[in-house]
Design a protein around this ligand. Structure first.
Ligand code: NAD
Ligand code: TYD
Length: 353
């Protein structure tokens, strides 16, 4: 018996696919609808293992399309939304900022509005969970952490678009008493991560003995969290987070980019039977990203204190697991780098419809 019908947006992407898998397997009594536009970042191969589950349904659609979202909400009586669909890569936001405004700002505002109207201002038992990033807080110096009270100070078109979407979410809470909850998470890593982001890009380049492009001096610091720990935090916050509140999620795990790249090189030298230092010789310092934020570090004590969440994996262990996944799934990487993954949707879905 279905006890709850949940819309997950962006479920074919990196984090979304982990959230969909967790919800579909942990809650057989829920109906999980995955809505995704299948942009370059959306890959249904990420969900092959659960796509036949009776409580899972994929819907192709664009969050910026008002009529399509209205039809979706009319077709399913959603009890909740977990909203992850977004443009997510800072470098792409620098070359194409308006796409980020469209998807992240307009798309989120559209989804909020369609949900508000579909739920006819009767919000009891409903929940709209917006998944955001720590990048909205801007850039830290050597000291300090982002808390939930840190003022927003976005500095890239990506983080500005996410900050704007966060403001719309909170505006809906204050204006309409719309039942929102929100989280801001640090950098994720793990399986199914598109190889344009630092960790999967470096793994792929080390494997193929290609140059490892480190921006600037490699001194920038990121706080890395195992993607499955983020998915578990989302589960916890969706079910037990307080309405109208936001929660920071982070790994308590800061790394300078250059140290992280060296660690990856040394893990992979061992796994690939190379001499120690062989992969590190591929490192090349390249022109810095414009406006490159120096340091992100999350204070996640509110989430730990109030909801009892803690990251489960040590970074070295998580990184090894991630490298193993990429080495055991070379087909996946080949498909996403060659564009073949688009054919999976055509074979699975278009020929059936
Ligand atoms: P991703 O780029 O891997 O996936 C995004 C997904 O959204 C893709 O499947 C894509 O097809 C889909 N999408 C894009 N535009 C769409 C549209 N208009 N309509 C419907 N679907 C659309 O992103 P990710 O890394 O999995 O991030 C997911 C969410 O988590 C984002 O909101 C991001 O801001 C946030 N976040 C990411 C990180 C991180 O480290 N990756 C950290 C904190 C927060
Ligand atoms: P990225 O994975 O793009 O995440 P974000 O910019 O959202 O934190 O980049 C992580 C860090 O790695 C960031 O400081 C930029 C840096 N970086 C490189 O040095 N080289 C690269 O090729 C990439 C993609 C990122």
């Amino acid at each position: 018996m279905t006890t709850s019908t949940i819309l997950i947006t962006g479920g074919a992407g990196f984090i979304g696919s982990h959230v969909v898998r967790l919800f579909v397997t942990k809650y057989p009594q829920y109906k999980i609808v995955n809505l995704d536009a299948l942009t370059y970042a959306g890959n249904l191969e990420n969900l092959k293992d659960i796509e036949a589950a009776p409580n899972y349904q994929f819907e192709k659609g664009d969050i910026t399309d008002e009529a399509a979202m209205q039809q979706l909400f009319a077709r399913y009586a959603f009890d909740g939304v977990i909203h992850l669909a977004a443009e997510s890569h800072v470098d792409r936001s620098i070359s194409d900022p308006l796409q980020f405004v469209k998807t992240n700002v307009l798309g989120t505002a559209n989804l909020l509005n369609v949900a508000r109207k579909a739920w006819a201002n009767a919000f009891s038992g409903k929940r709209f969970y917006h998944v955001s990033t720590d990048e909205v807080y801007g850039s830290l110096g050597e000291e300090g952490f982002f808390t939930e009270e840190t003022a927003y100070d976005p500095r890239s078109p990506y983080s500005a678009s996410k900050a704007a979407s966060d403001h719309f979410v909170m505006a809906y809470y204050h204006t309409y008493h719309f039942p929102v909850v929100m989280s801001n998470c640090s950098n994720n890593y793990g399986s199914h991560h598109f190889p344009e982001k630092l960790i999967p890009l470096m793994i792929n380049n080390i494997l193929h003995k290609k140059t490892l492009p480190v921006y600037g001096k490699g001194e920038n610091v990121r706080d890395w969290l195992w993607v499955e720990d983020h998915a578990k935090a989302i589960d916890l916050i969706y079910h037990t987070g307080k309405e109208g509140e936001k929660y920071n999620v982070g790994g308590f795990n800061e790394w300078k980019n250059i140290d992280l790249v060296h660690l990856l090189c040394s893990i992979m030298d061992k796994k690939l039977g190379r001499n120690e230092g062989e992969s590190a010789s591929l490192i090349s310092y390249v022109t810095d990203r414009p406006g490159h934020d120096l340091r992100y570090a999350i204070d996640a004590t509110k989430l730990t204190r109030e909801l009892g969440w803690k990251p489960s994996l040590q970074f070295e262990e998580g990184l090894e697991k991630t490298v193993d996944w990429y080495l055991n799934n070379k087909d996946w990487v080949e498909h996403v780098t060659s564009g073949d993954y688009k054919k999976y949707y055509q074979a699975q879905y278009e020929q059936k419809s």
